[in-house]
Design a protein around this ligand. Sequence first.
Ligand code: PLP
Length: 407
Amino acid sequence: MEFDVEKIRKDFPALSERTNGGNTLIYFDNAASAQKPLSVLEAVSNFYRHDYSNIHRSAHDLSMRATAAYENARKKVLGFFSAPPGFEAVFTRGTTESLNLIAQSWAQSNLRRGDEILLTEMEHHANIVPWQIAAQKTGAKISVAKILPDGSLNIEDFKEKLSGKTKIVSIAHASNVLGTVNPVKLLSGLAHSAGALVSIDAAQSSPHMLDNLSDIGADFYSVSSHKCFGPTGCGALIARRDLLDAMPPYQCGGDMIENVSWEGTTFRKSPERFEAGTPNIAGAIGFAAALDYLKNLDAAAAGKHEKNLLIRLSDGISSIGGTRIYGNAQGKLPIVSFNLSGAHPNDISALLNAGGIAIRTGHHCAEPLMETLGIRGTCRASLAFYNTKEEVDIFVEKLAHAAKILA
Ligand code: PLP
């Protein structure tokens, strides 16, 4: 069936926004954060209008309604990502907090001198820096699997770096710069055979509906609501319950304790153990609404539409003299990082912005990857299923114009 993108676009009010000089917005910054459908806006608004209260605390009707909605959101997160039995979803602020939770709670209580943490060259800072701190505190060492010239992971190097010393492998399912989709099922199997746990940073893969946790078979998964068309300030760590229950609390306060006395405190099991204080209740409800929205999409048709857009966009950029694209691995996400010889990415972005086009420039929170690529930054155009081929054509035309100005 044909993917009806015009119908889909009506669900996203921000896509009709006018920007600089009255241009209709062309939003190609989806890898940074995605726009929100009406159903998400309504779910959040309805919660605040009708059911709002704190959760898990009071016996009054509103609190029970709010608690039910929050816990229902948790079930939806587990269901959407096909979490296997024995997995739990902890609500966090997003992927960054989920990864920090693993690196602070699990790593700092399980790693010892001589242990290794295996990452890859394409990781986001959120999947590097928390591990650096865990390594400093425990004496463990970080090793890094290399990438190949097309931006895919060097699997042979990954295998070489994996050993009996590796206690955890933490990898992006997809790169936010190169668009590379890593073979996480394969990598997870290899890591488990070596006796290591596996953490998947699903920040970029989740909005493209690539995460089936039962199939991938890892131990920890980190996702962000705002990249999946939900509200900001919310996300989840989906993880094996036995691991979570054996991990020490990460933050302490209300709602995560069993008993507190001056003699000491006992803690609840997961997920509450890791949700100290009043959580982002509306965020969780909006996140669930976003996942419902995605569930109702034809994922195969949306994926095909995105692939067609990616080809059109990559071909268009390549047709402009002096451009270079970083990352062209098979099956990559619709994320195109590029540079134009002699031009600063910020100047390109400024010219595109004047024409209503939103892209991102800079190191994309992946400075070690920039070092590998031998550059300081790129322009990045990142697409979602609601983008159109007409938008891609306007983008290419305006980029060609910018290239002439900056030549
Ligand atoms: N990991 C990857 C691959 C990302 O692209 C991002 C955000 O861009 C993050 C982690 C951090 O996500 P958040 O800022 O939602 O916590």
